[in-house]
Design a protein around this ligand. Structure first.
Ligand code: HEM
Length: 182
C-alpha cells in the first residue's frame, strides 16, 4: 500500500482527533518503521489494518465508520493534490465512471507498484451508474466514504444517492449504485 494512504490517514487522525491520539496510535502499533511513512514508499497493508484497529480501540468508533470518515477526508485531499483529474468533469457519475479506466491508470503511471482496486461498470445511463468494487484489500468502507465525498464535491442540482450492496461472491465484492433524481 502506498505511503500516501498512511500519511493522509495520520493527518486525518491529527485533524479530527488530536496530535496526541495520532502519536499514541502509532506507538501502540509497534510498527517496523516507527510510523515514519513517505508518500512514495510502499508498506504492508497489514500496518494500515493495525492502525485502524488501534484507533478504533482508542476512540470507541467502529473500524467501518473510521474507514468511511477516512474516505471522506482522502477525497478532499485528492481534489487538492490532483486537480487535473477534475478538469472538465461536471458530475459525480461522470467522475466515478473514470476511476477504473482513466484515474487509477494514471495513478499506476505515477506509482507503478500501487495496488489498486477494480471498479467494474455494470450498467450506465444518464441517471444511474452501477459499479462493482473488487480488491484483495477489502476496503469497501473506504470506497463508500470516497464515493460519498465525491457526490458532495460536485454539489449537483439534482440529488445523487448512493446505494451499497455487499455481494455474496468470492472476494466479497461490493456493488455501488449511484442514482440521480431531479
Ligand atoms: C471517487 C473516486 C475514487 C475512489 C472511489 C477510489 C477508490 C480507491 C480505493 C478504495 C483504494 C484503496 C485500495 C483498495 O481498495 O484496494 C484506492 C487506492 C488509491 N487511489 Fe483511488 N479512488 C478514487 C479516486 C482517486 C483519485 C482521484 C486518485 C488520485 C490520483 C486516487 C489515487 C489512489 C492511490 C494513490 C491509491 C493507493 C494505492 C496503493 O495503496 O498502492 N484515487 N482508491
Amino acid at each position: 500500500m502506498k505511503g500516501i494512504v498512511f500519511t493522509k490517514f495520520i493527518e486525518m487522525v491529527e485533524a479530527q482527533f488530536s496530535i496526541d491520539t495520532a502519536e499514541d496510535m502509532i506507538e501502540a502499533c509497534d510498527l517496523p518503521n516507527g510510523g515514519a511513512y513517505t508518500s512514495v514508499g510502499t508498506y504492508d497493508h497489514q500496518e494500515m489494518v493495525a492502525l485502524l484497529v488501534q484507533l478504533s480501540r482508542m476512540t470507541g468508533k467502529p473500524v467501518p465508520d473510521l474507514l468511511r470518515a477516512y474516505g471522506n477526508f482522502l477525497f478532499g485531499q485528492f481534489v487538492q493534490l490532483y486537480p487535473v483529474f477534475f478538469n472538465g468533469v461536471t458530475s459525480s457519475l461522470a467522475f466515478v465512471g473514470l476511476i477504473d479506466g482513466v484515474i487509477h491508470v494514471e495513478v499506476l503511471k505515477l506509482y507503478p507498484d500501487a495496488q489498486l482496486p477494480r471498479f467494474e461498470t455494470l450498467s450506465r445511463s444518464d441517471d444511474e451508474l452501477k459499479v462493482v468494487y473488487r480488491s484483495d484489500r477489502h476496503l469497501g468502507d473506504l470506497a463508500e466514504g470516497l464515493l460519498e465525498a465525491c457526490i458532495a464535491h460536485f454539489g449537483e442540482q439534482a440529488s445523487v444517492s448512493l446505494k451499497r450492496e455487499n455481494l455474496e461472491e468470492p472476494g466479497e465484492p461490493v456493488c455501488f449504485t449511484m442514482t440521480r433524481r431531479l
